[in-house]
Design a protein around this ligand. Structure first.
Ligand code: ADP
Ligand code: MG
Length: 352
């Protein structure tokens, strides 16, 4: 276990992307749009000399995210996910290959993480309210009963008909822990296909970058000091890389002075404890999203152990005791010099 010693205690991470180009050698500019999608603040950045192209690529990225949301949302009654959930315990539902593949990748991640990540978390999740309105713990027997309706092993996939069947009538699936990452990947793909050679898709701090900033610098993700949110204490180079954080700082319940974040441990039905936040750095935003959630559930020891076994995946975590832990190779990409990240330009590589 690699431990970074810190003089200051950090209680959470706030990601912000550094996109201000200084002394740009070309006329390319970073064009940007911010809007609410998937219930989240999305920011899309396209670097191009052609403003019109940048804007139409951003619009295409936005439409792609909307399309994905309409397909996978468990909240929209017209989505295919809702159709699967309604048919739980009664019959298989044939769905688009895209959704079928997302579910099948989700199940693979469940296997990889020993069930810490599980899209069938919903039965336990619905006993909690992570919007500040909860004052009492759910009854322990309700929590114990809910866990029986969680289990990726009881999602039956039939590759012939692209059908999905939830074996238990009380079972529901949802993509809260992987959908934003998937959408970010796809929006990036769409923009890149349209000729945008560099950009960022940032879903409230879950982000993916490609190419370079207009001045030729790699993208840097600033890790903010939560005590002073506008102050970046360290930079991470992030070209061609996704940086995704899961934490208890946004959606949580506070009951009897204790904070419960919105990530459920599928083994117990209780919100996972032990960590305040996990940041995953790897080339794929979908994988980063799912692994951030899984690592959060696994906790500091098992979580770090898992990430250290995965090639090309790094993590940074803050425990509930305000300790900061990093995976084996993260220090290569972790810079303390916040004033002039440019100076690392030559040595900076995005992928571990
Ligand atoms: P955020 O949405 O804040 O970026 P996450 O990616 O960690 O955070 O996703 C948390 C969401 O994932 C929860 O709100 C819930 O919808 C869903 N979820 C909760 N626990 C699990 C779990 N163990 N496995 C998969 N999804 C989960
Ligand atoms: Mg996630």
């Amino acid at each position: 276990m690699h431990r970074l010693s810190l003089l200051v205690l950090f209680s959470l991470l706030l990601m912000q992307i550094e996109s201000t180009a200084q002394g740009a050698p070309s006329s390319a500019k970073a064009h940007k749009k911010v809007l609410l999608l998937m219930g989240t603040r999305f920011e899309l950045v396209a670097v191009s000399e052609n403003e019109q192209l940048a804007n139409s690529a951003i619009d295409a990225g936005v439409n792609e995210i909307k399309r994905i949301e309409a397909l996978i949302s468990e909240w929209q009654p017209t989505s295919q996910t809702s159709a699967i959930n309604r048919a739980a315990g009664s019959m298989p539902v044939s769905v688009d290959p895209e959704l079928y593949d997302l579910i099948s990748r989700s199940i693979k991640i469940s296997k990889l993480t020993d069930g810490a990540f599980d899209i069938s978390f919903a039965a336990a999740y619905k006993l909690w309210k992570f919007d500040g309105s909860m004052t009492q713990m759910p009854a322990p027997e309700d929590i114990a009963a809910s866990v029986k309706h969680i289990g990726y092993q009881r999602i039956t996939l039939d590759p012939k008909n692209h059908s999905v069947y939830l074996q238990d009538p009380e079972m529901k699936i949802g993509f809260g822990a992987i959908g934003k990452g998937y959408a970010a990947n796809r929006a990036r793909d769409v923009m890149r296909k349209m000729g945008i050679k560099a950009g960022v898709v940032n879903a409230a701090g879950d982000m993916i970058t490609w190419g370079k900033q207009p001045d030729g610098q790699p993208w840097y993700v600033g890790i903010a000091d939560p005590a002073e949110k506008d102050k970046v204490f360290s930079w991470l180079t992030a070209s061609e890389t996704a940086v995704v954080t899961s934490g208890d700082y946004e959606k949580f319940a506070e009951i009897n002075g204790k904070r419960y974040g919105h990530i459920i441990d599928p083994r117990t039905g209780y919100p996972a404890t032990g960590l305040k936040s996990v940041t995953i750095i790897c080339p794929d935003a979908e994988l980063a999203d799912a692994l951030a959630t899984a690592t959060y559930v696994l906790g500091p020891e098992d979580g770090l152990h898992l990430i250290n076994q995965l090639k090309g995946v790094e993590c940074l975590m803050i425990t509930d005791k305000d300790e900061m832990l990093a995976s084996k190779n993260l220090n290569l990409h972790f810079y303390q010099n916040k004033k002039s990240p440019q100076k690392y330009n030559k040595t900076a590589t995005a992928q571990p």
